[in-house]
Structures are given as C-alpha cells and as structure tokens.
Design a protein around this ligand. Sequence first.
Ligand SMILES: Nc1ncnc2c1ncn2[C@@H]1O[C@H](COP(=O)(O)OP(=O)(O)OP(=O)(O)O)[C@@H](O)[C@H]1O
Ligand SMILES: O=c1ccn([C@@H]2O[C@H](COP(=O)(O)O)[C@@H](O)[C@H]2O)c(=O)[nH]1
Length: 240
Amino acid sequence: MTAKPIYKRVLLKASGEALMGSQGFGIDVAVADRIASDIAEARALGVEVGVVVGGGNIFRGVAVASKGGDRVTGDHMGMLATVINALALATSLRKLDIDTVVLSAIAMPEICESFSQRATLHHLSLGRVVIFAGGTGNPFFTTDSAAALRAAEMGAEAIFKGTQVDGIYSADPKKDPTATRFDHLSHSEVLEKGLAVMDVAAVALARENHIPIIVFSIHEKGGFAEILTGGGRGTIVTDN
Ligand SMILES: Nc1ncnc2c1ncn2[C@@H]1O[C@H](COP(=O)(O)OP(=O)(O)OP(=O)(O)O)[C@@H](O)[C@H]1O
Ligand SMILES: O=c1ccn([C@@H]2O[C@H](COP(=O)(O)O)[C@@H](O)[C@H]2O)c(=O)[nH]1
C-alpha cells in the first residue's frame, strides 16, 4: 500500500548552494537531477509542489556590497542567479517527464512566464510543478522570504526548507560542533533564540500565516518524501 502524505500542497525551498555539489561554484547537473527525483517522488504521492531555489551557488548580493559596490545591483544579480537555477531544475524535472513551469518575479517573457497568483493556482490545478524564480523580485530580501511569500500565496500547508544541514541546531552546526539539534520549535522560539537557519523576515511571515516550516537535509535522497509521509529526519517549526 502506498503511504499517504500528511500535506496536499507544499512549498519546497531548495538550497542554491547545494546545487553546486563538490564543484565550488555553479550547477552540478547530477545534484539537480537528484533533487528533481525527490520532487518527482512527492508528485507520485499526489502532493502539489511549488519550488523556490536559492542562488548561493552563483551569486549573493552582499558579495557586491562587501566590496564597496551597489547592494541593489548585487541583489539584482542574485535574483538573476535564481532564474538560472530555476531553469536548470526545470530541465531536470522535464527529463523525468514531470510537467513543470517556471514563473519569474522579474518579467522575462522570452525565457519564462511571469509570476502571478492566478497563474500559480492554474498550473498547480493541472498537476504541474511550479518553480518560482527571481525571489520576491525586490532587493534586500532573500529566497527564504520568497519561499514564505509564495507559500502563503499558493496556500501551501507547509514550507520544506531543504538545506545543507539536517535540521535546526542550538547554533550553526557547521561552526559549532557542540551544537544540538531540535526536533520541534515554535516560530517564536526560532526568532527569540536567534537561530539563523532561515532569515527573520521569512520566519515572521510564516508565523503570521500559520505555516509550519520543516528544515531538512536536501542531500538526503528520498528525504522529502519520507517527511511528507510522516517519517524522515528534520526539525518542524509550528505555531506552538
Ligand atoms: N541554528 C542553526 N541551525 C542550523 N543551521 C544553521 C543555524 N544557524 C546557521 N545555520 C546555517 O544556515 C545554513 C542555511 O542558510 P542559507 O539559507 O543561507 O543556506 P542555503 O539553504 O544553502 O540557501 P541558499 O539557497 O541561499 O544557497 C545552514 O547550512 C547552516 O550552516
Ligand atoms: O527576493 C529576493 C531574493 C534574492 N535576492 C538576491 O539573490 C541572492 C540569492 O538568494 P539567496 O536567498 O541568498 O540564495 C540574495 O543573496 C540576494 O542578493 C534578492 O535580492 N531578493
């Protein structure tokens, strides 16, 4: 018997940094294909999936600002990086015959459709995976905020943050080997404890809209479907 998913409609935030694999920069197609196969598993369970991909494997706006450049221009470059990643992930999904559409917050009609809530709901209702490119379309934000925003707009029941670590820890586990992992936290606890796995604006928006956040490792093959069916490893963030 096929396991039943806990959620019917979710938003996956896929780490941009993870997409570079061991290359140190850019896109490792094998990693994009693997993440696509995890999304295909979720679709096979009947779950409707929206995806936001980060841009950390290519560009972050702060890199320009830290060298004395204009932050807004840097952020524009970062948002364009997320479009490149979205196109790569869409290509990987289509190789698996998963019907996929890319909707961009920045109009580029020769390349992909523009984002609107109406288009999102239309494509989801036809069983398509919707990849949201270009972040929020505004500088001074991140793709975590875009994930929380698009999750609210698409009526997602949960945000799955697939990242480099397998949950939320008492401190960044990459910097502090003594950090301990939480199984469960509230949105308010994440904010009060200053747990920096996701930015403050994103957590606050998810809290306001009562959307749970599940932080899990994007590197764990099959991890997305496991959590969707009530197993797996990650930290869940809920209202209380
Ligand atoms: N308390 C914490 N618990 C877990 N991870 C934390 C914590 N504090 C900081 N981090 C770090 O936050 C990282 C996730 O941040 P970020 O969203 O920037 O990366 P990402 O998921 O790779 O996204 P991007 O798509 O921007 O590349 C983790 O890989 C981890 O090292
Ligand atoms: O709404 C947004 C989303 C992203 N940016 C810029 O893009 C890069 C890459 O996104 P990450 O979330 O860091 O992966 C980000 O650093 C910003 O420079 C943005 O300006 N607005």
